[in-house]
Design a protein around this ligand. Structure first.
Ligand SMILES: [Zn+2]
Length: 314
């Protein structure tokens, strides 16, 4: 990482970062992708992982090119840093140090981020807005601590959309094998139900605690997005300051635009018309013992997010 990156030239003065936070497998890729089709918006995926998965591991951008060869990201990096491009491994290590969960107390205490890291990220986000010509940059990095880091930069303004999903459905999804053409192993990361449940509890509550008093906040449930995509997308667009019209969904159908997203759910690699359907496979796929375990572990926050502690009496 360099201490003296060149400042981005004439950044979008009104650019806002819409940060999609939550625990993953919660519809965040779909939400970010659909919003990326709104005039003035650009969906760039999980920017937290640009350096590691994008540049070091050379995984695929949403456009289908490996990130180091993608013309969008090449221009962004050139504009942000010129010939002083940060070393990806060092920057990734700095981000890992800054965003690990054990740094929660430091973020809750509002300690400022490392100066060089802050300068680098400000230049990066300004360049993304500039190259895309966007007023709203959608970053679905999801991590609560990275949200706090971005908010602590001071600019651009960050608005949070907090996506939650029934933790039993998320646990089932995390435990299931899913193909990921952009991952080296060809599969998305899998998690056991205990880890998934504990992360659901900690991340969701941490995100709210870290965000308190920091900026605009909107909570969206996966189940509501699946039931009424147009309404939820309109609410999130308004929250981000985007025009609400034209509608971003018609009934259950929405269109995911071509994109330059880094990291995230492989559905980002398949732009075009998509039908939103609520995925309730967990109701039959998650064993009763596992369901009880996830329910017990997440009980402190289930009602807070409107989920029943008992489901259908089972
Ligand atoms: Zn690309």
């Amino acid at each position: 990482m360099t201490d003296s990156p060149q400042p981005a030239q004439s950044p979008q003065p009104t650019a806002v970062t819409l940060y999609v936070g939550g625990t993953g497998r919660s519809g965040s890729t779909l939400l970010a992708g659909a919003l990326g089709g709104a005039p003035g918006a650009v969906d760039v995926g999980e920017v937290r992982f640009l350096w590691e998965r994008g540049l070091m591991e050379q995984r695929l951008c949403g456009c289908g090119q490996p990130v180091p060869q993608c013309p969008f990201w090449t221009e962004v990096l050139n504009r942000a840093f010129g010939t002083e491009r940060p070393d990806s491994a060092r920057l990734h290590a700095a981000l890992t140090r800054a965003t690990r969960l054990r740094r929660l107390p430091s973020w809750l205490a509002r300690r400022p981020p490392p100066v060089a890291l802050a300068r680098t990220l400000r230049s990066l986000y300004a360049a993304i807005a500039e190259v895309a010509g966007a007023d709203v940059v959608i970053d679905s990095s999801k991590l609560p601590t990275y949200a706090a880091l971005l908010a602590a930069l001071g600019r651009p303004e960050v608005r949070l959309v907090h996506v939650v999903r029934d933790p039993r459905a998320s646990a089932f999804s995390w435990a299931s094998a899913k193909a990921a053409p952009d991952a080296r192993e060809g599969l998305m990361e899998q998690r056991g139900v205990v880890k998934s449940a504990l992360l659901w509890l900690v991340w969701n509550l941490a995100l709210e605690a870290l965000w308190r008093g920091r900026g605009r906040y909107l909570r969206v449930r996966y189940e509501d997005l699946a039931a009424a995509p147009a309404d939820v997308l309109a609410a999130v667009a308004a929250h981000a300051g985007l025009p609400a019209k034209p509608p971003l969904a018609t009934g259950q159908r929405l269109t995911l635009p071509p994109n330059h997203t880094v990291a995230g759910n492989p559905s980002r690699l398949r732009p075009g018309p998509t039908w939103v359907r609520r995925d309730d496979r967990w109701l039959t796929g998650l064993a009763p013992k596992q369901r009880r375990l996830v329910t017990a572990l997440t009980a402190p926050a289930l009602r807070r997010y409107g989920y029943p502690v008992r489901w259908g009496g089972r």
